[in-house]
Design a protein around this ligand. Structure first.
Ligand SMILES: C[S@@+](CC[C@H](N)C(=O)[O-])C[C@H]1O[C@@H](n2cnc3c(N)ncnc32)[C@H](O)[C@@H]1O
Length: 218
């Protein structure tokens, strides 16, 4: 049963600009060539409600949308996760809010074959975070390094790729949390993960969240 807060999230989602999507499609050619039909918000909410709260567990539950389009599912999942963060963390705990947002985003992944879809997905997820951040953090306290970290996670996690014929070129960054406010990053190739091979290709040592995007924080 959807909760009231989910309905609020759904209403917010429906008010957002949906880029060049009209009646669920961008063009007939794209439907023919790529099977590109975008899921309606009502269906997305119904499907997510069926998965109980698994997708909301932003610390441990990693979500991959393998043909993410311009992010219809990922946007709603992120909004639901942020709604939970809003309830759990007080406004004045800025570090905790920022770290929770980044953690929630870092466990979400998307791949799409169309560059415009990937770009729109980045923009939509950034807009959701930007709105939430402005509501929670006063202008004088907002940190560019936080927004750079958001951009970096979007870059690594929402990527251009061919999930059918280009799997060899797709890698995922796993962000884990060795201690509060720090991320470790490990890079895995999709084909290795599918074979059950868990050896990481590249490991980046614990990094403070404000440095993920190249910031200078301690
Ligand atoms: C049916 S749409 C679904 C989009 C989105 N998941 C939604 O529900 O609104 C399918 C998407 O798959 C993408 N796609 C098609 N072939 C693909 C492939 N081989 N690898 C990755 N994405 C692909 C298309 O660009 C399109 O965005």
């Amino acid at each position: 049963m959807p909760q009231k807060k989910d309905k609020d999230v759904a209403e917010n989602s429906s008010k957002r600009k949906s880029f060049s999507v009209k009646k669920g499609i961008k063009s007939r050619e794209r439907v023919r060539d790529r099977g590109e039909v975008f899921t309606e918000l009502r269906e997305i909410n119904n499907i997510l409600d069926l998965t109980a709260d698994a997708h909301r567990n932003y610390k441990d539950q990693r979500i991959l949308e393998p043909a993410c389009g311009n992010g219809n599912f990922l946007v709603v999942i992120l909004e639901r996760r942020l709604a939970d963060i809003k309830k759990a963390i007080r406004k004045k705990d800025q570090d905790d809010i920022e770290f929770a947002i980044l953690t929630a985003l870092s466990t979400m992944y998307g791949v799409d074959i169309m560059p415009d879809n990937v770009k729109e997905c980045h923009e939509r997820l950034m807009a959701v975070i930007g709105k939430f951040y402005k509501e929670r953090i006063p202008a004088k306290n907002r940190r560019p390094d936080f927004l750079n970290a958001v951009k970096e996670i979007l870059r690594t996690n929402i990527q251009l790729g061919d999930m059918l014929n280009g799997k060899e070129e797709i890698s995922f960054i796993e962000y884990t949390v060795p201690r509060d406010y720090y991320f470790v990053r490990n890079e895995y190739r999709l084909i290795d993960l599918e074979l059950g091979i868990n050896s990481s290709k590249k490991r980046i040592k614990p990094t403070h969240y404000l440095k993920i995007g190249g910031g200078n924080a301690d």
